[in-house]
Write a protein that binds this ligand. Sequence first.
Ligand SMILES: Cc1cc2nc3c(=O)[nH]c(=O)nc-3n(C[C@H](O)[C@H](O)[C@H](O)COP(=O)(O)OP(=O)(O)OC[C@H]3O[C@@H](n4cnc5c(N)ncnc54)[C@H](O)[C@@H]3O)c2cc1C
Length: 206
Amino acid sequence: MSARSTAHPSASAPTAGSGPLRIVVVGAGAAGSLVVFHIARLVAAGSAGNSNTAGNSNTAGSGGDRPSVDVTVVDPLDPVSGPAFGTADAAHLLNVPASGMSVVPGERFDFVTWCVDEGLTSPDDATYFFAPRNRWARYLRTRLDEARAATGDRLRVTHVRSTATGISVDASGVRVTTADGSAVVGDRLVLATGLPGVGDGWSPCD
Ligand SMILES: Cc1cc2nc3c(=O)[nH]c(=O)nc-3n(C[C@H](O)[C@H](O)[C@H](O)COP(=O)(O)OP(=O)(O)OC[C@H]3O[C@@H](n4cnc5c(N)ncnc54)[C@H](O)[C@@H]3O)c2cc1C
């Protein structure tokens, strides 16, 4: 862990009793993007951003012209561009059928319908259709954009394109240092950095 003192331009000092709830998400892959998607849905529904670490009320919808939740995503890559879904090759298919890849709670066939609407498959074949991985990435990014749009100005999302190199946690919140020498501070931290590289350590060579 390193300790840098330069705050990233998108970050602010710990709010100490005022401002939106600040959530730092390290990793913009499938998991990190889904976290932001669900935060957006909660904010849009008025059930997120209730209080920050200092206990002040920031209930979504009550913040006037201030966002109720301020999310900073830290990742050098674009959203949903990790090893599984970053491929541009349409021959790389999901290993789960479309009926198992919906991101919308309670709408199991949302991705099935999306595939049909996109002309990727026919309604008869859609349930057990194995879509290209990059199409699912586009689907998630589309649903994420829609969810964010539904929050109006109550959710702000900032993408810091750098690698997190250190994390510290204290009573004032969390502090994530990055490879570009800056830091992001927040009230809550989500680690969504995916699996470590498989590598070849399991099969040592002579
Ligand atoms: C080849 C392959 C195929 C797969 N196929 C499927 C499938 O068909 N269906 C399925 O459901 N699952 C599949 N998976 C599993 C898949 O990995 C997970 O579903 C999903 O990608 C996990 O999402 P994640 O966000 O945890 O990880 P990732 O998608 O890997 O994202 C991790 C993100 O964290 C970022 N990151 C890492 N370290 C840092 C750091 N220090 N600072 C900032 N950012 C960082 C990375 O840049 C990356 O963007 C597959 C996995 C692989 C490897």
